[in-house]
Design a protein around this ligand. Structure first.
Ligand code: SF4
Length: 504
């Protein structure tokens, strides 16, 4: 298997040479600075694809724009005119990666794209997606949201059999298995490959004659189908359909592969069934509030989380203030249920770039201040309920509480719209190791003291399930319960660190 790297069909943008040559320094730069800015959970990845539209690449560009919150490290688009696959990738955000001349080169009526977040250590262009390969049966490109837990073992086996990998991405394992498959038809080769991988995947493939969407049997990560002017689209979240005027048709079901080609849309159910384990944390934090996820409006669920939180942990307070943006809807729900006025007492700067100059010790709470600024007129003299979606290490929460107090608040009652995060995720979400998660080793009271809050309350697990309105167990909540739907051995945990996929 060889991967094309030259020619008019492959364009790349924004600092590629330096990313390749200076990988080590890039690792210590923006990522560390971003973490200094208070990072904990990080976005995963977003995928978008369209089949049968004359403006395919432009629409993928817009779709990725709507999915930008799921990854800002790199972006890529592939397209096909039926004879070859064109590709354009780059480091950075969608608006910066694709100049108009790049989009013009992405010809054809089918296209797919990807936005990516990566962990430190592999912030380089070689891992940007969609990955494209040429093999004996043609060309394939793929974009992946999720994390394969057995990728290291599969990669080792493939390497022993002669495969040469171009990236450190687990996604490439799937392409090698397709390329080595004895099945001549792409759909059969794909089914055979997906039967061997374990873990989380929402995938969008592009070949010269079809677009294929696939979701793992447990449905960890979301993937939806839409329609626009007779063309089919797939996206990680429905907010991408809204931007281009497409209609949400339905989710790709867990374990389903859907092929879009000249004959229409063809669902295939060929993967072994498994209990569904959709990521509940998408509702709490990741997904955009205007998206519809697993059949529910994210904003509706988030408000219910806040309302339950108000019932479980009331506070004698003057105002309810969200930590923007992800805390806004939960705070609205809390305010409505508690009848305490909602105020935007923190303003978020949405234009924080990937790099900034960090002063030494001269500015207090600088990392948080670059993102959030307290509104003194609203906070001074007030008893504040501060609603956030999580406490990861505790350092950011501590800084925000201090900032609000310094703005004159008399009391700060912190309320978290989910249970304490006690375990890492192996299914495509990047967070710290278990030892770095404050709730894994500290009681709620100890955390309260550490963040210097007047009081602290987390939503219960039962409360979270009630807000999501699920009586059954169709959700993964392993980071709150340590009940991992796909077991990960110690060896696999260690091996996961070899791969460059969002994880924690
Ligand atoms: S462990 Fe947590 S973040 Fe990971 S898939 Fe499960 S619920 Fe989502």
């Amino acid at each position: 298997m060889t991967r094309q790297s030259t020619g008019v069909s492959d364009t790349s943008h924004r600092g590629h040479a330096s990313d390749r040559l200076k990988g080590a320094s890039a690792r210590g730069g923006p990522l560390l600075q971003r973490r200094a800015a208070g990072g904990g959970f990080h976005e995963e990845c977003g995928v978008f694809g369209i089949y049968g539209h004359p403006e395919a690449a432009n629409l993928v560009y817009l779709g990725l724009y709507a999915l930008q919150h799921r990854g800002q490290e790199s972006a890529g688009i592939v397209s096909t005119d039926g004879s070859q696959i064109f590709r354009s990738i780059g480091m950075g955000q969608v608006a910066d990666v694709f100049p108009p001349e790049a989009l013009k080169q992405l010809k054809g009526t089918a296209a797919a794209g990807h936005v990516r977040y990566s962990t430190s250590g592999s912030s380089n262009l070689v891992n940007a997606q969609p990955i494209r390969i040429s093999y004996h049966a043609g060309e394939i490109a793929v974009g992946h949201n999720g994390n394969l837990v057995n990728a290291a073992r599969l990669r080792s086996e493939l390497e022993k059999a002669g495969s040469i990998f171009q990236s450190t991405s687990d996604t490439e394992v799937i392409l090698h298995m397709i390329a080595r498959s004895p099945y001549p038809d792409f759909d059969d080769a794909l089914i055979s490959a997906l039967r061997q991988v374990e873990g989380a995947y929402s995938l969008v493939f592009l070949t010269r004659d079809r677009l294929v969407a696939a979701r793992d049997p447990r449905g960890f990560r979301p993937l939806s189908i839409g329609q626009l002017d007779g063309a089919w689209c797939v996206a990680s979240e429905s907010c991408a359909f809204d931007l281009i005027g497409a209609r949400l048709v339905r989710d790709v079901e867990p374990g389903e592969i859907v092929v879009f080609d000249a004959s229409g849309a063809r669902p295939i159910r060929a993967l072994p069934p498994a209990p569904v384990s959709q990521c509940i944390f998408e509702y709490v934090y990741f997904a955009r509030p205007d998206s519809k996820l697993y059949g529910r409006g994210v904003n509706v669920v988030r408000k219910k989380l806040g309302a339950r939180l108000a019932e479980e942990h009331p506070a004698d307070a003057d105002i309810v203030v969200p930590v923007p943006d992800s805390g806004v809807y939960a705070a609205l729900g809390y305010a409505e249920r508690s009848r305490i006025p909602f105020e935007m007492g923190l303003v978020r700067n949405h234009y924080v770039g990937r790099t900034f100059i960090e002063p030494k010790q001269s500015i207090r709470h600088f990392g948080v201040k670059i993102k959030l600024n307290p509104v003194r007129e609203l906070l001074a003299g007030k008893r504040v309920v501060l609603v956030d979606d999580s406490i990861v290490r505790g350092t950011t929460s501590r800084k925000i509480v201090s900032m609000i107090k310094e703005a004159g608040a008399r009391e700060v009652h912190v309320r978290i719209s989910c249970p304490p995060t006690i375990g890492p995720c192996y299914y495509g979400v990047d967070t710290p190791n278990r030892s770095e998660l404050i709730a894994s080793s500290h009681s709620v009271e100890e955390i309260r003291k550490y963040i210097r809050a007047t009081s602290l309350g987390y939503l219960s697990y039962e409360g979270m399930k009630a807000a999501v309105d699920t009586a059954d167990d169709r959700f993964c909540a392993a980071c709150y319960t340590l009940d991992y739907p796909v077991p990960v051995s110690d060896k696999e945990r260690a091996q996961l660190s070899l791969f460059d996929k969002p994880r924690r």
